[in-house]
Design a protein around this ligand. Structure first.
Ligand code: PBG
Length: 320
């Protein structure tokens, strides 16, 4: 083993071209997914700057621009007209996400249309499942989740991404899709979704803060990593084609552990709080947004993510 002065690691850092030759991780727009919120009418969004809620007409215009910039995938979230106990807006044929899909599908045949499959934006109480005796009832929620996924695919979704964290949801959704001959539609399971404080701005945007209690009874404890491997293994056994870790930056070790243990594609969700922190600091002049964003995203890839869901996707299309 030779060392200094023979070895000088600075030699390959001397200029941008030398550094590029030995760069281990790269960002490429085709591995990014842009989240979009669709709502009955367009509305700005204070807590997620730059992330408006779009009406169906406006989402078509926004996607037109994204596609022109080179964005290849989006994930849709819906804010319904009305919320109820059964999350009707989630699985209704005429729900907001279903309407957006029907508008987008024929206009953008090449674009990957993903949907978030969950009930929390559609339930009056804001929980991700049906409430029975004051608790989120796992098995009764599965049927509604499966129905939601099927209705998304019927309306034109290419990929469904369940984010509810009910046990058994991947199998329930896989069976429901296969029953209707949608056996070619992949499931991207949010396998390790933590009960995180970093979802705050999203909940404001989606108006989905639980009316009572919190989500710790179904989302994962931030202290656990072995459990994330069990969640991932179960989801793969149930038929998940790819899995997701969420949030991303505070959970880079989880991304790495899952990457090393499984050969499925690994996604990471760079969530609203991660984005909002940088935005807020940049607005104060405390951080440079572009540099901080690129460094965050490269860290998520370096940890082992294949694809990243990020609110910076549109900016990234201009930065890269
Ligand atoms: C649930 C869902 C949430 C997010 C994505 N899907 C919110 C939650 O679990 O409370 C959060 C995304 C973000 O914070 O950017 N449907």
């Amino acid at each position: 083993m030779s060392d200094f002065p023979e070895v000088r690691l600075r030699r390959f850092r001397r200029n941008p071209s030398l550094r590029a030759l030995v760069r281990e991780t790269r960002l490429s727009l085709d591995q990014f997914v842009m989240p979009l919120f669709v709502a009955p009418e367009s509305l700005g969004n204070e807590q997620l700057p730059g992330m408006a809620r779009y009406s169906v007409d406006d989402v078509v215009r926004e996607v037109e621009e994204l596609v022109r910039l080179g964005v290849q995938a989006v994930i849709l979230f819906g804010i319904p007209e009305e919320k109820d106990e059964q999350a009707t807006g989630a699985w209704d044929d005429d729900g907001i996400v279903q309407r957006a899909l029907r508008a987008l599908r024929p206009r953008f045949p090449e674009l990957v249309l993903m949907t978030d499959v969950c009930l929390c934006e559609y339930t009056s109480h804001g929980h991700c499942g049906v409430i029975v005796d004051g608790e989120v009832h796992n098995d009764q929620s599965l049927e509604l989740l499966a129905r939601t996924a099927v209705s998304h695919v019927e309306a034109g979704a290419d990929v469904v991404a369940p984010s509810d964290m009910m046990d058994g949801r991947v199998r329930a959704i896989r069976e429901a899709l296969d029953d209707r001959s949608y056996e070619t539609t992949p499931i991207l399971a949010y396998s390790a979704k933590y009960a995180s404080a970093f979802y705050g701005p999203f909940r404001e945007a989606a108006d989905s803060t639980p009316a009572f209690g919190d989500r710790r009874g179904y989302q994962m404890d931030p202290a656990n990593v072995r459990e994330a491997l069990r969640e991932t293994e179960l989801d793969i056994d149930e038929g998940a084609d790819a899995i997701m870790i969420k949030p991303a930056l505070p959970y880079l070790d989880v991304i790495r552990a899952v990457r090393e243990s499984f050969d499925v594609p690994v996604a990471a969700y760079n969530v609203s709080g991660e984005y909002a922190m940088v935005k807020a600091a940049a607005q104060q002049g405390w951080l440079e947004e572009r540099a901080a964003a690129l460094e965050s995203l490269i860290a998520i890839k370096r940890a082992g993510a294949d694809l990243i869901v990020s609110y910076w996707t549109k900016d990234l299309a201009q930065w890269l």
